[in-house]
Ligand binder design. Structure first.
Ligand code: SAM
Length: 338
């Protein structure tokens, strides 16, 4: 039997433990930046292992904080590590790590907000692969701040749909943490009680894999909730091959009345006077039973509904920009003024 290939390891010179780094640099966790530090090396390694083999890869870590995950990434021999951290108090501890591996791994420390950072500018052009090939040697990894994780994943899904940013380099994979409930929603299949807009959106553009849970007790300070680790690999072809904004609108409105028949939510895609007629027409074109509930609709069926909606707005362009939520807010304002 062939011996199993030993994982490549970069040895870092002795560094103070993460606990000591936090003490040394007086890094009191800030609640407003969702700072919960993962202290246990075994769990840190488990997250990085979930990303698969990253030897010679370009790895972008979101929110490295004091650098526990960063150290584990570097030990696996990546070619380049891009660290994006909003809180500049962590710069000295990250520089300590960069210094410890200089001449072995190229480390970029970027002080900035992940929601405003163009990651692509730090990725070498030669890491690019064709979209239909295997994923490129690029990974996004992060124990994400809860405050930005959902906004970030929605934004990244839109970039995936347009093959922009890190996805201009191919089907770049992600290994990320979320609040357990959010992670469950992302992975929830048809009929699952957590199935929601996020499930349909994530699974339309990615293969979503719920890897494992981490108890809140493993973090310092301990958050109120447990954490789920999820990997996402962009699909070669989305299930619903339509623009992101259109899909998002249709799916959002259908899930807006989660416990009711799905056609009730679908009606809110259209102005009040034509609502019932248009929604029924859309469901007929899509061959969906109007009494189906949102969590009972598979992505292939959402595809038929979205295509039917697309046909309707081509025929009646005045419906395209109809926004039920804006109407509701508008109505509320009028009521308040009276
Ligand atoms: N990676 C560290 C660990 O696992 O122990 C820290 C994780 S902590 C949950 C989230 C990190 O993201 C913090 O270091 C925080 O400062 C950083 N952060 C918060 N908001 C950010 C943003 N918008 N952009 C970049 N980093 C952010």
């Amino acid at each position: 039997m062939a011996a199993a290939k030993k994982a490549f390891q970069i040895r870092l010179p002795p560094l103070p433990s993460i606990k000591d780094v936090i003490k040394l640099y007086k890094l009191r966790a800030l609640r407003e930046l969702s700072q919960n530090f993962l202290m246990e090396p075994r769990l840190i390694d488990k997250i990085v292992n979930a990303a698969g083999n990253i030897e010679n890869h370009v790895v972008c870590e979101v929110g490295p904080g004091p650098g526990g995950i960063t150290r584990s990434i570097i030990q696996r021999g990546p070619r380049k590590v891009i660290l994006i951290e909003k809180d500049r108090r962590f710069t000295p501890s990250l520089e300590l790590i960069a210094d410890a591996c200089k001449n072995k791994v190229d480390v970029d420390i970027i002080t900035g907000d992940i929601l405003k950072t163009n990651i692509a500018q730090y990725i070498p052009e030669d890491a690019k692969t064709d979209w239909l090939d295997s994923p490129p040697p690029i990974n996004l990894i992060g124990n994400l701040p809860f405050s930005v994780s959902t906004i970030l994943i929605i934004r990244w899904l839109e970039m995936i749909s347009k093959q922009e940013g890190p996805w201009a380099f191919g089907r770049t994979r992600m290994t990320l943490t979320f609040q357990k409930e959010v992670a469950e929603r992302m992975a929830a299949r048809i009929l699952h009680d957590q199935r929601c807009r996020l499930s349909v959106m994530c699974q339309n553009w990615c293969n979503v894999n719920y890897k494992f849970d981490i108890s809140g007790a493993a973090f310092l300070p301990k958050p109120d909730v447990d954490v789920g680790v999820v990997t996402l690999t962009p699909l070669k072809h989305p299930i619903i091959k339509l623009p992101f904004k259109l899909v998002e609108k249709v799916v959002r409105q259908i899930f807006s009345m989660r416990q009711k028949y799905s056609i009730r939510g679908a009606q809110t895609l259209f102005p009040e006077d034509v609502r019932e007629e248009m929604a029924l027409r859309m469901y007929k074109m899509a061959e969906i039973d109007p009494v189906t509930r949102p969590f009972q609709i598979a992505n292939m069926e959402f595809a038929r509904i979205c295509h039917a909606y697309n046909e309707i707005i081509k025929k009646y362009p005045e419906f395209e920009h109809y926004d039920y939520r804006a109407q509701k807010v508008g109505k509320k304002v009028v009521v308040q003024e009276v």
